[in-house]
Design a protein around this ligand. Sequence first.
Ligand SMILES: Nc1ncnc2c1ncn2[C@@H]1O[C@H](COP(=O)(O)OP(=O)(O)OP(=O)(O)O)[C@@H](O)[C@H]1O
Ligand SMILES: [Mg+2]
Length: 512
Amino acid sequence: MSKDVAEGNVLELTGITKRFPGVLALDTVDMVFRKGEVHALVGENGAGKSTLMKILSGVYQADSGTILFSGGSVVFRNPSQAQDAGIAIIFQEFSLIRTFTVAENVFLNREPSGLAGFKDMRTARKETGNLLREIGFDLDPDARIEDLTVVQQQVVEIVKALSITATVLIMDEPSAALTDKELKNLFGIIRVLKARGVTIIYISHMLQEIFEIADRATVMKDGETIGTKNICETTKEELIRMMVGREIKDFFPASVRTRKEELLSVSGLRKGRKLDGVDFSLHAGEILGIAGMAGSGQTDLAKALFGVEAADSGEIKVLGKTLNIKSVRQAIGAGIGYISEDRKNYGILGPMAVRVNITVADLGRFLRGGVLSGKKEREEANKKIGELGIKVAGMNQRADTLSGGNQQKMLIARWLLKKPRIFIIVEPTRGIDVGAKTEIYRIMRALVESGSGILMVSSDLPEVIGISDRILVMRSGRIEGIIDQSGGLTTEERIMSLAVGHDYSFSEGIPS
Ligand SMILES: Nc1ncnc2c1ncn2[C@@H]1O[C@H](COP(=O)(O)OP(=O)(O)OP(=O)(O)O)[C@@H](O)[C@H]1O
Ligand SMILES: [Mg+2]
């Protein structure tokens, strides 16, 4: 019989190595997980976190190394073997079937209960409903995935993992699309599971979450384990230094605050019940942040301006010219660029090369007498890969094999190449590591200094305050207030008070 884990441990990884074409994703990784702990896994984009978790959950097999799991050595050939052993995972990239309902997805592939039967489907619906209520989320178990927002899809992923009786629950960036309130609920659930002895492996780029929920944290870098720290004995600064190998100063670049000509002016924009008469303008040289509680119209505004879901009425002027933006094509023609929050379904061309993903919006530039200049295209793609530090084995690597954060950087590279005058960007740094975040802020700043204007929708308040010249706060589809930061930075409380329509600090406390 093979040996077992040490007393108090649930999982011991030794020498785990995994190679993909052109990259050593994991290089003899050792890691120990204790029973009933919340263990955070942190590291830069492409460090190997998701790959390691996919090995633990049977998606990939290690090239070498051993996994000891309570009872002895294991090798999971596929995800259902891992699931049967008691390892559940919330994937970073959603794994839901879009044409199925919420309940169908939650109970997918768990045949013993017989999903095919009408009666069992009723049980599945009921259990899904119960779990949804438990985490405090109002969602119809019969809704189809394709009709849900990104946040709602994330909730389905979470419910799916929670419905499995697990000894180890892996959460690969579960918080990425959640609001503060939903995150609180999720943390509540994590605490309950922990008290029951479940081990939670929690991956996030948001260090404040880790300091709130985790007992220990392991830092990975370039496929290796750097070290494990007890949370109560470490600091954010120390973890960042372990992750990126240097101190990070000047997290947000200073604004030179030169507001130039008006690029975009919007008045009386309406869309169903989502946009209720929106007026504002965007100038060259400025980053205009858009904040508000989830679902207050921020993303609807972004979508209307880019023609994804055109407005019903209202006026949009680009450089003084009234435009009737009804399609994405028209928006691009008008010099507007857009990065959606739903990168998987709008944006990333998964099976295509990274090179193509970067140059696709601007192929016209590489035409020489009607013929695509492959050399020029490759040069430009390579330059952007270098500038943004996108971690790739080569520019012809398939886009969907990049790590989550690197896919995001790739989309930013696409639009940087196109240099839109008006750049709409939703959640620019979601899933991006701390080091790369500062890099993206610097690039955003440089872009507006060279004459563009950026409209940034973000639910990350420190980010909104740190990078915006002005902040539009939305509530119920309208603009509730505009905060000019030229006289000094505003506070989270001030934004929240506008967002909820009353003095926030007295009612609900400040979100951490
Ligand atoms: N299927 C695959 N084929 C080729 N390379 C891959 C594949 N999956 C992952 N990689 C590579 O392995 C490395 C580690 O990726 P991984 O997704 O584990 O990073 P991560 O730490 O989860 O990063 P992020 O914070 O961006 O999610 C990256 O260089 C990535 O491009
Ligand atoms: Mg990952």
